[in-house]
Write a protein that binds this ligand. Structure first.
Ligand code: PLP
Length: 393
C-alpha cells in the first residue's frame, strides 16, 4: 500500500543528510564535549559548528545565545521559569489560549500550585490574538509573556515582533514558542525584542529529543536543569552530541532551502486545500488565511467526526491528525478551535494536514482519491443516524 504522511507538525522524517552527519558521533567521535583531550575536542568543535547553524537559522547575534536542550517542551519550561525568576517584584504571566500544552500545562501548574497570576488572552474566529486584551493584561506585575510564533494546529502566525515590543514597553520579558515556525518561516531574532525563543529539531527533519532555547545576551537566566557547567552553566548534563550535530545539520539545510521550500510546500498545501473545498464541500478552513504557515491546512468537515475521517484515511495508508499529537486520542475538541469559537457542527470534524519537503503532488492526488469517498460515507452514516433517532418530545 502507498503510504502518505501528512502529519509533519507532529514530527518529521529525519533527513538522510542529517542521519549521515550524526552517525560518526555515536561511535567514532564518542568523546564528552567537556573533556579537554582530543576525543573531547573533536566533539566540542562539532557542537560549536551546530550552535552556529542554529544561530544562523534564527538570526541570533551571538552563538552563545543558543542553549541546547532536550526539545521544545524543555525549552518552553526553561524559558517561563527563567522569566519568572529573573524579574524581581513581578510575578504574573501573560499567554494565549491557543498555546501548546508544553506552555499551558506548566502555566496551569504554576497558577494552581504556586499561586502565580496568569492572564490567558483569547483569539478571534481566525485565531488572531486580541491585541487590546493583551495590552490591558500587561502591567507592572508582568514578569514574562509567552506567545507562540506559529500555531501547531492551524498554522496561524502571531505578530511576535510587535507583541515583544509591547511586552518590553511594560517592562516584561518575552518568550516565543517557535517550535512550529523555525525552518518554515524566516526568523531574525536580533531585529526583535524577543528574549527567549524555543525550537525543536524533530519538527525540522532533525532527530527527536533535542532542541534549543535562544536566550538574548544580557537576559538574566536561571537554569531549569542544574548540574555541571555545560552550556555555560545554563543547562547541566552531558551534551547529546549526536542529537546536537543532527539539529545543526537540520538547521543548515532548513536555512538554505527555506524560501524555495516555503513556495513549494505552500503550493502543495493550497492544491490540497482548494481541491477539498471544491470537490468535497460543506467544510471550511480554520486559521488566519492571511498569515499562516505554508505547510498547514486545518479543515473542518461539517457534521462528521474528524477522528472517523482519520481512521478511514489510516486504513488507506494516509496519516493526518485532528490536532496536537500530545492530545491525540483524548476525544476532547481542540482547545485551539474552541478558543476560535469554531461552530459546533464543525468543531468535532477538524482534520489537520501538515506537509513537508517530503511530500509531492502524488501525495495530494492520493488523498483526493480517498478522502471524498470517506467523507461521503461518514456523512451518509451520520444522516441515517439522525433520521432513525426518535423525535424529542
Ligand atoms: N510547542 C509546539 C508549538 C509544538 O508543536 C510542540 C510539539 O508538538 C512542542 C512545543 C513540544 O516540542 P517537543 O516535542 O520537542 O518537546
Amino acid at each position: 500500500m502507498t503510504r502518505v504522511y501528512l502529519d509533519n507538525n507532529a514530527t518529521t522524517r529525519v533527513d538522510s543528510r542529517v542521519v549521515e552527519k550524526m552517525l560518526p558521533y555515536f561511535a567514532d567521535a564518542f568523546g564528552n564535549a567537556s573533556s579537554t583531550h582530543l576525543f573531547g575536542e573533536e566533539v566540542s568543535t562539532a557542537v560549536r559548528e551546530a550552535r552556529r547553524s542554529v544561530q544562523a537559522l534564527v538570526g541570533a547575534a551571538h552563538d552563545h545565545e543558543i542553549v541546547f536542550t532536550s526539545g521544545g517542551t524543555e525549552s518552553d519550561n526553561a524559558a517561563i521559569l527563567a522569566g519568572l525568576a529573573a524579574t524581581e517584584g513581578r510575578d504574573e504571566i501573560v499567554t494565549s489560549a491557543v498555546e501548546h500544552p508544553a506552555i499551558l500545562s506548566l502555566i496551569e501548574h504554576l497558577r494552581d500550585k504556586q499561586g502565580v497570576k496568569v492572564h490567558v488572552i483569547g483569539v478571534d474566529e481566525h485565531g488572531r490574538l486580541d491585541i487590546d486584551a493583551y495590552r490591558a493584561a500587561l502591567g507592572p506585575k508582568t514578569a514574562i509573556v509567552s506567545m507562540m510564533w506559529a500555531n501547531n494546529e492551524t498554522g496561524t502566525l502571531f505578530p511576535v515582533a510587535s507583541l515583544a515590543e509591547i511586552a518590553h514597553e511594560a517592562g516584561a520579558l518575552f518568550h516565543t514558542d517557535a517550535v512550529q515556525a523555525v525552518g518554515k518561516t524566516p526568523i531574525d531574532v536580533k531585529s526583535t525584542k524577543i528574549d527567549f525563543l524555543s525550537l525543536s529539531a524533530h519538527k525540522l527533519h532533525g532527530p527527536k529529543g533535542v532542541g534549543a532555547l535562544y536566550v538574548r545576551k544580557g537576559t538574566k537566566f536561571s537554569p531549569l536543569i542544574r548540574g555541571g557547567h555545560q552550556e555555560r552553566t545554563r543547562r547541566g548534563g552531558t551534551e547529546n552530541t549526536p542529537g546536537i550535530v543532527g539539529l545543526g545539520m537540520a538547521a543548515e539545510i532548513a536555512r538554505v532551502g527555506l524560501d524555495e521550500e516555503a513556495v513549494q510546500i505552500g503550493a502543495l498545501r493550497d492544491r490540497l486545500e482548494s481541491r477539498i473545498l471544491k470537490e468535497i464541500g460543506h467544510c471550511r478552513v480554520s486559521g488566519d488565511l492571511e498569515s499562516r504557515l505554508p505547510n498547514t491546512a486545518n479543515i473542518a468537515f461539517f457534521d462528521i467526526e474528524g477522528e472517523a475521517v482519520l481512521t478511514n484515511l489510516n486504513r488507506a495508508g494516509i496519516a493526518a491528525s485532528t490536532g496536537s499529537a500530545c492530545t491525540a486520542g483524548s476525544n476532547e475538541p481542540s482547545h485551539v478551535l474552541k478558543a476560535m469559537n469554531v461552530p459546533a457542527q464543525a468543531l468535532q470534524g477538524a482534520v489537520r494536514f501538515s506537509l513537508s519537503r517530503d511530500n509531492s503532488e502524488a501525495d495530494v492526488d492520493r488523498v483526493m482519491e480517498v478522502l471524498p469517498g470517506v467523507v461521503a460515507k461518514l456523512r451518509e452514516m451520520a444522516q441515517t443516524v439522525t433520521e432513525t433517532q426518535p423525535a424529542l418530545t
